[in-house]
Design a protein around this ligand. Structure first.
Ligand SMILES: [Zn+2]
Ligand SMILES: [Zn+2]
Length: 153
């Protein structure tokens, strides 16, 4: 990540602006075997609400990985709707971004926000389909595409 994705929200917090629109694209690092071949598209509407920073918007990501069962490639489209309240004065204590630098002072880190949102929404194990039959434990062939002659125990 060489570009800065930090947004200055001081104007919002000071009340001189009502609304900020943010549209950004963020490249994410691979995560536990999952890769993000294209930048994640982030669209945000920021406003101040009761001295909190209200973040609404969406994050769209393409995820590539391997099926846990049969090891075939799996592509996943993630669409996340965001509706969060961040506390500018206690950014570190606010869930769901507790241990993060999403909001530090009057800087919102869009890259961090995108990464945390996507990582928290990823499924625990990718599956090519709910009916994936996995690999034969004896010969290792893909039981979705081939019938091997092994006898199941
Ligand atoms: Zn599979
Ligand atoms: Zn087999």
């Amino acid at each position: 990540m060489d570009r800065s994705h930090k947004v200055d929200i001081s104007g919002l917090l000071a009340g001189s602006r009502q609304l900020m629109m943010v549209a950004d694209e963020v490249s994410l690092e691979p995560f536990e075997g999952l890769v993000f071949p294209q930048p994640v598209a982030v669209k945000l509407e920021l406003r101040q609400a009761d001295r909190m920073l209200a973040v609404e918007g969406s994050v769209d990501a393409h995820v590539h990985g391997q099926c846990d069962g049969c090891l075939e490639d799996v592509e996943l489209e993630l669409h996340l709707d965001l509706d969060e309240r961040l506390d500018p004065s206690h950014g570190r204590d606010v869930e769901p971004f507790g241990e993060s630098n999403v909001l530090t002072g009057d800087r919102l880190d869009v890259a961090d926000l995108a990464q945390q949102s996507v990582l928290s929404a990823l499924p625990m194990g990718l599956r090519c389909s709910a009916e994936c039959r996995g690999l034969c434990s004896i010969c290792g062939s893909n039981r979705n595409t081939s019938e091997c002659s092994c006898h199941s125990a």
